[in-house]
Design a protein around this ligand. Sequence first.
Ligand SMILES: NC(=O)c1ccc[n+]([C@@H]2O[C@H](COP(=O)([O-])OP(=O)(O)OC[C@H]3O[C@@H](n4cnc5c(N)ncnc54)[C@H](OP(=O)(O)O)[C@@H]3O)[C@@H](O)[C@H]2O)c1
Length: 225
Amino acid sequence: MNTISHPHVLMISEITADGKLTLGRGISSKILMRHMSHEAELLLHKTRAEYDAIMVGSSTIRIDNSFLTVRMVEGKNPVRVIPNAKADLDENANVFDTSLAKTILAVSEEAPAERIAVFEAKGVDVVVAGRQHVEYPRLMEILATRYGIKSLIVEGGPTLNRYMLNAKLVDEIRLIHMPFIVGGDDTPSLVGGMRIGSENEMIRLKLKGTAMYGENLVTEYDVMY
Ligand SMILES: NC(=O)c1ccc[n+]([C@@H]2O[C@H](COP(=O)([O-])OP(=O)(O)OC[C@H]3O[C@@H](n4cnc5c(N)ncnc54)[C@H](OP(=O)(O)O)[C@@H]3O)[C@@H](O)[C@H]2O)c1
């Protein structure tokens, strides 16, 4: 039998001309997204409807309180996946309203049993995928084998992007270019915290497409590693 062990992963991000994902540290990217063309918003929602699952980091949930649902086009909601080792997110965040869509909270062995129980009481599926931190190769395997998830969108933020890229789990990247410059040394950019030692460690991308969606250039890359 030919079962896949990892979903196909597409990383999507809105990004300014200077590589930033938001206006400053701790500030919601929803402010930047308000300036996105309607055509690009439709692309985001259409892609969500085409994929089995969508994952964002716990800080993005804290800051943006995202729904991660399909709203602008007809289509099914993807399964929402949130890595949060200690299960310390607010269980009342929008993404844990399981009447809208299924949500999987990925925790580590260190997550307190009483916190897991709080999420399970809300209908959230809790999976243990690591000892201290969520281990993304393990999580991808659980999503594929236990849930049959074949395709996954990663919609940031930079810390999650970094761990997924470092684990070589990202197949494609799609950037929605926002024609703004925001600056700021500590303003989150596409990939946070990663530092390479030499040119050999650069992650190589192969440009495979460009298109205009309203005023937003969209670029698509395969990740070559
Ligand atoms: N423009 C865009 O497209 C876009 C998209 C999304 C977000 N954003 C912006 O990005 C910002 C938030 O980004 P962020 O980088 O601060 O946070 P983030 O990537 O949203 O969240 C960090 C994630 O990394 C995990 N993590 C931390 N250390 C880890 C480790 N050692 N091993 C495995 N996993 C680990 C965290 O899990 P734990 O909970 O276990 O620590 C958490 O799930 C916000 O301002 C948001 O608005 C922009």
